[in-house]
Design a protein around this ligand. Sequence first.
Ligand SMILES: [Zn+2]
Length: 152
Amino acid sequence: MRNWEAGEVKIFDYKSETEVTVDRIVKPEEEYGKQLPADVFRIVREQGTETPFSGKYVDHRQKGIYRCVVCGTDLFLSDAKFESGTGWPSFSQPVSPLNILEESDMSGGMVRTEVRCARCGSHLGHVFDDGPKPTGMRYCMNSAALAFEGIP
Ligand SMILES: [Zn+2]
């Protein structure tokens, strides 16, 4: 994995509403290959992008939380989800800025900002500055990178 080494990271835990310090997850890619379905692996470990309108969370409107499919880190609340029309699940902000990493991504002949999980480094999607107010941000995620849990 690019730019990834062992160490501690502080993330926000939604259920306990506290910041917790955890170890970064560092594993050989072969292990992820065994752990994850091939289509998920291609996206989260090889910076893939799912086909628009193909993901299971594009039109998903239940109340709850979206976590990293690989390590379970809290990423986005349903309250921050909005209809972007792009074909990918879109959010106006993360649960906490602590829980994601934003890195410059020059791949594909474009300058974009990649979004990665702060705990395991997995690729989640990209963030753009054309989102709704008040944040103005559009976190454009791959459904395959997320695991949803409903909150009553
Ligand atoms: Zn993760």
